[in-house]
Write a protein that binds this ligand. Sequence first.
Ligand code: SF4
Length: 347
Amino acid sequence: MLAVENLQTVFHTDKETVRAVEGITFEVREGETVGIVGESGSGKSVTARSIMGLVDAPGRIGDDSSIEFRGRELTGMTENEYREVRGSGIAMVFQDPLTSLNPVYTVGNQIKETLRVHQGIRGDAADEAAIDLLESVSIPDARRRLDEYPHQFSGGMRQRVVIAMALACDPELLICDEPTTALDVTIQAQILELLQELQEERNLSIIFITHDMGVIAEISDWVNVMYAGEIAESGPVGEIFENPAHPYTEGLLKSIPGRFPDETYLRTIDGDVPTPTESPTDCRFHPRCPKKFDACEEVHPAPVDVESGRGGHQAACLLYPDGLTREAAVKEHERQMEDSDTEADDE
Ligand code: SF4
């Protein structure tokens, strides 16, 4: 359904160029949930906004980037063309429902406006469709609540309203950018359950963005672990949790609260995510990596199969592929990076 290839999103300012997303490639299939996980500053939200065509100046998507949705190339579309895709094909749910809802209009008005703009539904039909949508996200007494304002809803209920508004576009792909981060854990579990029910009912594909590995385990079929604008590791969710390959993923898994109940302190990954201003010539994780070795400061790792027969499990780390000597593995990464540089030059 969605194929993102070599996506580069760069922000040029007077002072510097921030390379927020650096050549990432992934796919989303029909009815599948792809989780994107990483710390703040890893490029998750910029990836989502790039797919939605919502990167504002001074941000820019690189010329060699491709985002194909249902066979249509989205990069280079005009704003009007993009609006049509956002209206019917792809919808987005943001972290803070209050930023998606207008405080001076009733919830009913806002859902009906979305129905009118994107599906041409008006009048009584819009009233009924809005009630159906609120009921589909399990908001009780939907007819009465249409006339209420966002501030009259609790945080969890507001997020349900935002999901209803996204569904009013009848999307095939829903991008959820940290939709449960501002909610407490019980409400978070309810929203995750709701998304799974809606996915089954509507055969929705979902991209779910979060910094929380626990949430990823609950909802994803496939996981992309992002670090400093790149995909550090990707694979089926079970494989990533049972056999994490990249030291960054290992660090994220070890820092899940409750993972080591006998320890007094929560484990963390020392240091911060860097803000990349140059194309990488090394492993961007090396200043924080407990397994780094000399080559990590000189060779940029390419995504490689961790081991053959592992269902597409890949890691961008010089320790892989498994089964090669360290020297041979580093050579394999150098060869892959040279090949991709040559391809880019040819294009
Ligand atoms: S390439 Fe080196 S520094 Fe980077 S994650 Fe692998 S071992 Fe660590």
